[in-house]
Write a protein that binds this ligand. Structure first.
Ligand SMILES: O=C(O)CCC(=O)C(=O)O
Length: 258
């Protein structure tokens, strides 16, 4: 593909994200890189390399009740992916991602180390499902305008707990009563259920990246296969959209992609 075509398709991708709230970029990461990143994750999982988040910490549906329960040490996230391995940091700050985020934000992108910044590990047993939510629910920036990059390191399908998205939901002005106390979108409300019925679950192959907006409603199922699913996830903001002082969003140094 010529540089001009590449630029055009990146522009189209950004346009799609703006319209739909998410976009899939096929094969952005090479098979070799995916294999290497997955291998590091497998090793770090086997070593239980800190910092970790356990399914039992979150107690989402399907998770063990406590760390002492069977499956209590099932890892949900290998945290701080940026510092965890140079391969992860390389992806997070790669020219492909930087170029993409620059085009979206129109200014220098910053990688947040306080949000996502992890290797998601969805296990067959005790791996939980994640209810409908907007990622921005616990984030505090001047504007609700952040984008995450989710890299599939293996196939992601409904069967192994892939993501579901409600197209164009990032533009909808929901009142707070559409969400529960934990800020999950209430599927018991008929108006919410109608929206949820429009959701799609894109099949991802290794190296595919989903870029999605922090206001896009999404969820993910349980892993019903016998293999762990690995996905690397980072979140970005534009330079002018700073974290509110004193919040968790401002709690870690960020990485400018300049
Ligand atoms: O893989 C999952 O269960 C969903 C993860 C997710 O939506 C999130 O961490 O915000």
């Amino acid at each position: 593909m010529s540089d001009q075509n590449l630029l055009k398709s990146k522009k189209d991708q950004v346009h799609e994200l703006r319209e739909k709230g998410y976009v899939i970029v096929k094969g952005l990461v090479s098979k070799e890189r995916c294999d290497a990143m997955r291998e590091v994750a497998r090793q770090q999982l086997a070593e239980a390399a800190a910092p970790l988040e356990f399914e039992a910490d979150l107690k989402y549906p399907g998770a063990p009740d406590s760390k002492d329960a069977p499956g209590g040490h099932t890892v949900r996230r290998l945290l701080d992916a940026y510092a965890r391995h140079p391969l992860y940091a390389e992806f997070a700050t790669s020219p492909e991602v930087r170029g993409w985020m620059e085009l979206y934000f129109g200014e220098t992108p910053y990688l947040s180390r306080a949000h996502h910044n992890c290797m998601m590990t969805k296990h067959p047993a005790y791996g939980s499902l994640t209810g409908w939510h907007r990622d921005v629910r616990y984030w505090a920036f001047e504007r609700d305008d952040l984008v995450s990059a989710w890299v599939a390191l293996g196939n992601e399908t409904v069967e192994n707990g892939a993501l579901w998205f409600v197209p164009a939901s990032h533009k909808l002005p929901f009142t707070s009563d559409r969400f529960d106390e934990a800020k999950f979108f209430r599927s018991d409300l008929p108006e919410n259920a109608a929206l949820i019925r429009t959701a799609v679950s894109p099949v991802l192959e290794p190296g595919d990246v989903v870029f999605f907006h922090c206001n896009t409603l999404h969820s993910a199922g349980k892993n019903l296969t016998d293999r762990v699913k690995f996905s690397l996830v980072f979140t970005y903001r534009g330079a002018s959209n700073v974290a509110l002082p004193g919040t968790r969003s401002a709690s870690k140094p960020e990485v400018p992609l300049d």
